[in-house]
Design a protein around this ligand. Structure first.
Ligand code: ATP
Ligand code: MG
Ligand code: FE
Length: 343
């Protein structure tokens, strides 16, 4: 199966051609970061207009770079949700037009299933597995008992990890997106400013980062009022240590409880060096194999969407041509229809 995938859920316009859900023939990503930087975050209206401007070019480029003919394609995949509705629509309309004119199946894909299956592009997966999804909009622990079956066992009750990183960075005057900057600064400090850890109920796999974010903002405000010097390096380290410790502990506990054979890291924050190091260390001691995508496949890209689409294409599950963009699409509901795993 040769799948052409389109991803436009946020501020990356991307198209990719992937063979059998594993071999990347092309993966073209056009980021709008430079456009949104001056606003300190993604402006939805501008994002969708930018997608419209670049989608045709990116699709052409993906097909050309893959060195395939359109007639070789088996299916068109597209991120159906979750994401910004105006952004999603651009990809969905382009994908429908292609599927329609080429008369091949259309497959709507859940964006987070894509982030998880980015790992399939570089690793062999062994089920059951546990996925820790940490991105700009999501922080989730996902139990994956079989290929394409997703059960969210924990999620953030307020800010996503990436969102907290970006807000804390912004408060310290760092450019958007701030995650990589906070990560870099944290590595320059020997000791961090002490910060709270939010564990919630003892048996909960949920997360909460807004309290931690508020703690950072309070430290910054107090320093400003007192006229004290601010130490972004020590604040970054304190913040990162708190986020990482909670993520690692809950991911390890969940992996054990669900008998996971592997722990998968996914999403933009999976690029975080502190998190990767701490997880590698803990997993090493627990004897739990840890898989993570290379940095280029952690952030939004269409190859991961093709990898997830292959799960459905392989079973003959395709989407109707009146597929709708779903800004709030649920991951569990997108699972493959395998009667054996239906609950
Ligand atoms: P979602 O996937 O939930 O819809 P998104 O697609 O906007 O959200 P991604 O593209 O997966 O999110 O990830 C972007 C996020 O990753 C940003 O918040 C960014 O700050 C964060 N990020 C990227 N690199 C790092 C890093 N090294 N450390 C921490 N955060 C990082
Ligand atoms: Mg993005
Ligand atoms: Fe994403």
């Amino acid at each position: 199966g040769l799948i052409l995938a389109v991803e436009t859920s946020c501020d990356e316009t991307s198209a990719a051609v992937v063979e059998n859900g594993t071999i990347i023939r092309s993966n073209v990503v056009s980021s709008q970061i430079e456009t949104h930087k001056r606003f300190g975050g993604v402006v939805p209206e501008i994002a969708s207009r930018k997608h419209v401007e670049s989608i045709t070019l990116i699709l052409d480029e993906a097909v050309r770079a893959a060195n395939v003919r359109l007639s070789d394609l088996s299916a068109i995949a597209v991120t159906q949700g979750p994401g910004l509705v105006g952004s999603l629509l651009v990809g969905v309309v382009a994908a429908k037009a292609l599927a329609c004119s080429l008369q091949i199946p259309l497959i709507g894909v859940h964006h987070i299933a894509g982030h998880i299956y980015a790992n399939r592009l570089v690793h062999e997966l062994d089920y059951p597995l546990m996925a820790l999804v940490v991105s700009g909009g999501h922080t989730e622990l996902v139990h994956v008992p079989a290929p394409g079956v997703f059960r969210v066992i924990g999620q953030t009750r307020d800010d996503a990890a990436g969102e907290a990183y970006d807000k804390v960075a912004r408060a310290m005057g760092l450019p958007y997106p701030g995650g990589p900057h906070v990560d870099r600064l944290a590595h320059e400090a020997d000791e961090g400013v002490p910060m709270p850890r939010v564990w919630l109920e003892p048996d909960s796999y949920d997360f909460s980062f807004s309290g931690l974010k508020s703690a950072v903002l309070a430290i910054l405000n107090q320093a400003k009022m007192r006229g004290d010097v601010i130490h972004p390096v020590r604040i970054s380290k304190g913040f990162q240590d708190s986020v990482v410790e909670v993520l690692v502990e809950k991911a390890i506990r969940a992996s054990k409880e669900f008998g996971a054979k592997q722990l998968l890291l996914a999403g933009g924050v999976a690029a975080n060096k502190g998190l990767r190091e701490a997880l590698a260390d803990r997993c090493g001691r627990e004897g739990l194999p840890l898989l993570a995508p290379p940095l280029s496949l952690c952030t939004d890209n269409a190859a991961m969407i093709a990898a997830a689409a292959f799960l459905k294409w392989d079973r003959g599950e395709t989407s109707p041509l009146d597929l709708k963009a779903e800004p709030l699409l649920s991951l569990g509901g997108w699972s493959v229809k395998d009667p054996f795993f239906e609950s």
